[in-house]
Design a protein around this ligand. Structure first.
Ligand SMILES: Nc1ncnc2c1ncn2[C@@H]1O[C@H](COP(=O)(O)OP(=O)(O)OP(=O)(O)O)[C@@H](O)[C@H]1O
Ligand SMILES: O=C(O)[C@@H](O)C(=O)CO
Length: 418
């Protein structure tokens, strides 16, 4: 294994795996830290954790454990994947996890770049944009677990970390890998250890990738991984296998626990033409809406690829959180989706679409799965996936990714109908 990656959620990890596969690497996504060694042909291993919204100390411990496993696989470079909208709180977890990984790796510095221009996320003057809006005006300020109320990544990171934060502006990145590399070295020289990089286009990410050839720890969204496979290729280390993954036919199901803008639009469109069941946090917590009821709904609509969703608008989410607390409402819904996904797959669901990072973490826990093979890309950042060793195709969609007709399109691609 050449490149060892740690993802802080399941959807983000498949986003990264997708980028590395497109870059020509042989990639496997692991659901949690594997119990044994990786297969010998894996060039990039992505250990998908569910650490984005858990207490800092737990996130640090799990991430360092994942790093130990990746070191044992012989990786030469390491990647910490978080969200392209930098989802975190002022306490963490991005800064503390990056710090702990740097400590273990003895890394003098780490690069920090959430940009993913293909999905509209760019960094300019240290500020993160979603399309033409600053992050804190993009809808992300309403996120149920990690409301992003400041677009200045340098300031947000400084709140989370004890390490000095530096910045390499677009004017240096735009001048190519040599100048960008020198600007990174200059920032390190002046004492910076976490270095935020501007990037507004894929070409900037390729520049950064080239400049990062000897960087031990790269952190960011999947975008900053764009340029990394080329370094291994230039060194003659890639086998260039070109992996093919077959589709799976059989009953389909869509589970949506994301309350992000894009998912809510996808839910609204899909339910116009498919049976849909809404999961309500009050009823789940009160025990009046149960997984058995949801399974009865699924069985009644077995051949129509039904949708089961809790996606709600920000006012409804806030009201539920006020009544029950943020963690309790999130956990109740996640637990519900975990149990439901397990029961649905046991009952014979063969194509599963899951929307939302935390939700997908719960879904994966529910169906139980060690490793995923990466298939064709459905929409930017969202690949089709095959559960290793099973007749089950899934996709784990980040909350804000995908076109409005994503669910329909995904079910077709999971069946191999491209
Ligand atoms: N109706 C609801 N009320 C309150 N909380 C909800 C509701 N529906 C879902 N949630 C919780 O909101 C959180 C949504 O996070 P999730 O990561 O799944 O989506 P996302 O943040 O949009 O996706 P991503 O992390 O991929 O961008 C989950 O913890 C989920 O359980
Ligand atoms: O980077 C992104 O936006 C996604 O891969 C993600 O992590 C959302 O959960």
């Amino acid at each position: 294994m050449l490149l060892g990656c740690i993802g802080d959620d399941l959807t983000g990890s498949s986003d990264l795996a997708n980028t590395l596969l497109k870059g020509g690497m042989t990639v496997t996504q692991y659901c949690g830290i594997p119990s044994g060694p990786a297969q010998a042909d894996v060039e990039a291993g992505v250990v998908a954790l569910k650490t984005r919204s858990i207490p800092v100390a737990d996130a640090v411990r799990q991430s360092v454990d994942a790093l130990e496993w990746l070191i044992a696989q012989g990786c030469r470079q390491f990647f910490f994947k978080y969200c392209s909208t930098f989802d975190s709180t002022p306490e963490g977890n991005i800064g503390p996890v990056a710090e702990a990984l740097m400590d273990r790796l003895n890394a003098p510095y780490a690069l920090v770049c959430p940009a993913f221009p293909g999905a509209g996320r760019t960094v300019y003057q240290g500020h993160l944009f979603v399309g033409d809006r600053l992050l804190n005006e993009s809808g992300m300020e309403n996120h149920p677990l990690t409301p992003m109320t400041d677009a200045d990544i340098r300031r947000w990171l400084t709140r989370q970390s004890t390490l000095p934060v530096g910045h390499v502006p677009y004017s240096d990145i735009a001048r190519g890998a040599v100048v960008a590399g020198q600007a990174i070295a200059d920032a390190v020289e002046t004492g910076a250890r976490l270095i935020v990089l501007d990037a507004v286009d894929d070409i900037d990410l390729l520049t950064i990738g080239a400049a990062a050839v000897d960087t031990v720890l790269v952190t960011g969204g999947s975008g900053i991984a764009l340029g990394l496979p080329a370094n291994f290729r230039s060194a003659g280390d890639l086998a260039e296998r070109g992996v093919a993954v077959d589709g799976v036919s059989g009953p389909g199901l869509v589970l949506a626990g994301s309350c992000s803008n894009a998912t809510r639009k996808q839910v609204a469109l899909y339910r116009e033409s498919h049976p849909a069941l809404e999961i309500d946090p009050d009823s789940v917590i009160a025990g009046t809406q149960t997984v058995s009821q949801a399974m009865a709904f699924l069985r009644a609509n077995w051949d129509e690829a039904p949708l089961i969703f809790s996606s709600a608008d920000p006012d409804a989410v806030r009201a539920a959180q006020k009544r029950h607390g943020v963690q309790k409402s999130a956990e109740a819904i996640e637990f519900f989706f975990a149990e439901l996904a397990g029961a649905a797959v046991d009952a014979g669901i063969r194509r599963l679409v899951s929307a939302g990072g935390e939700t997908s973490g719960a879904v994966i826990q529910g169906i139980g799965c060690e490793a995923l093979r990466i298939g064709p890309e459905i929409d930017p950042g969202v690949p089709a996936l095959r559960v290793e060793g099973r007749e089950l195709a899934i996709t784990l969609k980040s909350g804000n990714f995908g076109t409005e007709d994503f669910f329909e399109k995904a079910l077709k691609m999971l069946a191999g109908e491209v």
